[in-house]
Design a protein around this ligand. Sequence first.
Ligand SMILES: Nc1ncnc2c1ncn2[C@@H]1O[C@H](COP(=O)(O)OP(=O)(O)OP(=O)(O)O)[C@@H](O)[C@H]1O
Length: 282
Amino acid sequence: MTYVIDVQHLQKHFHQEAALRDVSFSIKKGEIFGFLGPSGSGKTTTIKILTAQLTKTKGQAIVFGKDAKEMQKSSNRARFGILTDNSGLYLRLSVEENLQLYSKLYNLPISSVKESLEFVNLYDERKKKVSQLSKGMIQRVTLARSIMHKPELLFLDEPTSALDPVNTQHIYNGLRKLNEMGTTIFLTTHDMSEAETLCDRIAFLHKGKIRAIGSPQQLKKQFGNDTITVELVDGSVHCIENCKDEAKKVYDWMRSGLISRIYTNEPTFGDIFLQVTGSDLI
Ligand SMILES: Nc1ncnc2c1ncn2[C@@H]1O[C@H](COP(=O)(O)OP(=O)(O)OP(=O)(O)O)[C@@H](O)[C@H]1O
């Protein structure tokens, strides 16, 4: 199996402090992979190593089959896009002018400016100077820039942290479309619902280590207690095991029209995080 990203026993120390202790994961082509972890868990450090902005201390970090430090080369840079909170935009230029500069740098057709602005729902604001934009708008311009060259691999560091719900939804739809067209996505977030909504697989990162990894369904199954809750019309609430022995009880309640609500007791990602790390996600 060839992976787009293959990380094995990665470590990063800043002076004596360990930011990444022992991180291993691999990402297949076409996956949306999420790194879910609280502030300071090592999410940005991982992205920076994978995009050659930082050097690792120990272990293996492979991107497109090559050591991640090779991602500095312009032939490799053109293969990925990156969104971080460091926008690097020219404040005195308009949104459109910023993206035009970038399209020239990458020899992209001029149509890529319009396409990417529509992707982030900013086409109507294209004449505004970057200095006049809100934080959320700047995040969207930076996102537009990161996808303009239709990268094979996209790194998103907290892509919706400054966005309102409408624009968040718009970006989610855009990212899904991009992914359907073949872009592999690596995203970091501390937003549980974002991880669940977007990601095929999620790794829970805590203090520089991965504590659990899997698809949202696998994680919920692995860490759930396989019970269901039945609320009856008389107001009583029954938590029962999801097994054959309890089936008759539920059947009898149902036949007598006594059930008002029934649901599985799936753990939230916050519950799972607490289970595997002993601390809260935020
Ligand atoms: N340049 C640096 N020099 C020293 N320590 C650093 C540096 N960059 C990161 N760290 C430390 O490494 C650890 C991981 O930081 P990192 O930025 O990767 O976390 P994060 O999960 O991305 O957090 P956030 O969600 O707040 O962005 C933190 O303890 C941080 O203080």
